[in-house]
Write a protein that binds this ligand. Sequence first.
Ligand SMILES: [Zn+2]
Length: 437
Amino acid sequence: MRKIIKLAILINSILVCAFCQTVLAGSVDGIRFWQDPEKTRLVFDTSSEVDYKLFSLSNPERLVIDIKSAKLTVDTAKVPLPPSLVNRIRSSQQDDKIRIVIDLKHAVDTKHFKLKPFQNFNHRLVVDIRDKSSAKTATKIIKKDADSNNRDIIIAIDAGHGGEDPGASGPTKTREKNITLAVAKKLAEKINAEKGMKAVLTRTADYYVDHRKRTDIARENQADLFISLHADAFTDRRVRGAGVYIISTEGASSEMGRWLAESENQSDLAGGVEISNKEPMLAQVILDLSTHYSVGASINAANSVYKELKNTVPKMHGKSVQRAGFLVLKMPDIPGMLVEMAFISNPTEEKRLKSSKEQTKIANAVFKGVKSYFLNHPPDNSYYASLAKSRSYKVKKGDTLSDIASTYGVSVKQLKTHNNLKSNGLRIGQTLIIPKA
Ligand SMILES: [Zn+2]
């Protein structure tokens, strides 16, 4: 009898132990691909920190990711694939291990890292995949002709957030990242249609670009101005209004500024940046701003945009341009501003931000502010500098008074009074005196 009991206990413990081995510590609950101009990012959402192995195989090219002690709760057949890189994604459960195989179109280089839980995200495993044959950097540099007296003014437009980092969310789940991109594209279009100006976007689709890269793009393109677009959220849904910010070297000028800067600066944690590569802490960043060259220019440009926005949107948040320690504005060499277009957390403002017509209004206001700033502060060798020098204009075929007025940033009325014009009619070869903008 005793023996039987002992045997029963033994069998029981064997069973328990066998069960132990098959208990899976975690699960893979999401798989996403994000494609940007330089790489494809593959993200796994996992219920806990995973133990994994990644290797590539050739003929045909494929990437194998083994995730230990986990089960797969996603249907890999339903994962949208980046068509230029991946043929297929397959998975198999081998005892307590998931094997994910990515069938590739060509050989790749990879970089991978894990991210700890942040906001709505659980643990993540991130694999950045780069085409082996592609050039190291896809960022195009616009060569400025230093000898030219007519070079374009370059304006870097930064659509906040993107990809893994949705930014703030509205009451009906409008994502900040989509609004910022829509307005950025409208603003770029407006700028590119203007003689003497050219826009560079820090991102052109739905993917994440980290803070460092955003400023690098501005610098590589020798931008004269950097404008970061955002729409933030606050715990109190009644809070509304647009705001214009510049970098602060001495701390935030308001509680709200500090709060916004802190939330914007966490973007890299959501967007997915390897922790070791992360920017140093904010205090250090602010100390790094040894040059104050760009601060004065930033204030003037931001004031100009603030003025135009104030005439456009129903409410401004803050009586003037405010200062706060936004990481993305950390550029001692390039003047910059961050525009919070509205509070997406406010139901009325969320609705406004979603409207294409309202997005155009905001883009136009920012554009007007930027243009008026450059008319009054033209960079050396720029087309605007040449405009400022020659304050007279010889009428060419097809010119209209309103075209000329718009080029110089003055009103038709000003042009007419200055030149004693009774009507809007112009003569080819007629010289007009251009009043100060
Ligand atoms: Zn934002």
